[in-house]
Design a protein. Structure first.
Length: 266
């Protein structure tokens, strides 16, 4: 059965939060974004407007659709105001377990029990993030990719307490967003980051060792393996700070030296 979403709250209005909010509004849902830094909110809205404008100029969106999408997005100055009455809450704050736990716990005190609560974490344990939530069965990972409006994949990350109904609801949410879901068991880095980060780190180590230039290492993957973008350019797009945190976490949890961040990255 299709999970009916009317109102979405997105917590964190950075690169991912803004992209997710735009995708939710494009799916026709009333969407509220919030951020601990209130000054980030107008910047996020301006960024969304710029992306929508780009779609209009490429003929992908009519001006009427642009206005309707923009009209469905608003901002709130607190998590409580954003999440009250939401059917779907997506957390997209900094990749830090304690910060995410605090944000999710705060959201869980105001959302209706039936709401689906999700994290956009790239690597952290979804089970650990569920600690302290009153309804962990309605909590899971919805891992979007950057830039959200272009990337088709959403990883649905289920932990031991996620129930079947929540998993089905997540599948219907992802399809309504016109994205392609994969379902992954909660484990460090899930499917995408665990594989993708290895390539990025190894590419940086290769630059460090003078194997080839950054440009040529990227070309090796683009032309030799048909990757649309080389691992170094992709690491820049994700953000070196974001990738560093993921690498440190994977190194700690998987205990594998291939995840140790190279000095050049630091
Ligand atoms: P970002 O740094 O652009 O945005 C994070 C936002 O969270 C900032 O605006 C910050 O002010 C806000 N924030 C921090 N603490 C907060 C709090 N306590 N309450 C409310 N807002 C708070 O980061 P980005 O890149 O958007 O990443 C967000 C999440 O998405 C991270 O978990 C990251 O691992 C994940 N992710 C990032 C991808 C990327 O390519 N950058 C791809 C997929 C997932």
């Amino acid at each position: 059965m299709t999970y009916l979403v009317h109102r979405v709250a997105v917590i964190g209005s950075g690169t991912m939060g803004a992209g997710i909010a735009q995708a939710a509004a494009t799916a026709g849902w009333s969407t509220v974004i919030t951020d601990a830094r209130l000054e980030a909110l107008p910047a996020a809205l301006t960024g969304i407007e710029r992306t929508l404008e780009g779609s209009v100029s490429r003929g992908k969106l009519s001006t009427g659709e642009r206005d309707a999408i923009r009209g469905r997005i608003s901002s709130a100055s607190s998590i409580a105001d954003a999440c009250r009455n939401a059917d779907l809450v997506i957390e997209a704050v900094v990749e830090d377990l304690a910060v995410k736990q605090a944000v999710l716990t705060e959201a869980s005190t105001v959302v209706p029990h039936s709401a689906l609560l999700a994290t956009n974490t790239s690597s952290l344990s979804v089970a650990a993030l569920s600690t302290g939530l009153p309804h962990p069965s309605r909590f899971l990972g919805l891992h979007f990719f950057n830039p959200v409006h272009l990337m088709k994949l959403v990883e649905i990350v289920v932990h031991e307490k996620t129930d079947d109904a929540a998993r089905e609801d997540a599948l219907s949410v992802v399809r309504a967003l016109r994205k392609e879901p994969i379902v992954v068991r909660d484990s460090p880095g899930f499917a995408s980051s665990r594989l993708g980060v290895v390539l990025g780190l190894e590419a940086i180590r290769m630059v460090e060792q003078g194997v080839a230039s950054a440009h040529d290492i990227d070309r090796a993957m683009e032309l030799g393996y048909n990757h649309p973008m080389g691992p170094l350019r992709l690491t820049d797009l994700v953000g070196l700070d974001v990738r560093l945190r993921i690498a440190e976490y994977l190194h700690r949890t998987l205990g594998d030296d291939q995840y140790e961040p190279p000095q050049l990255m630091r």
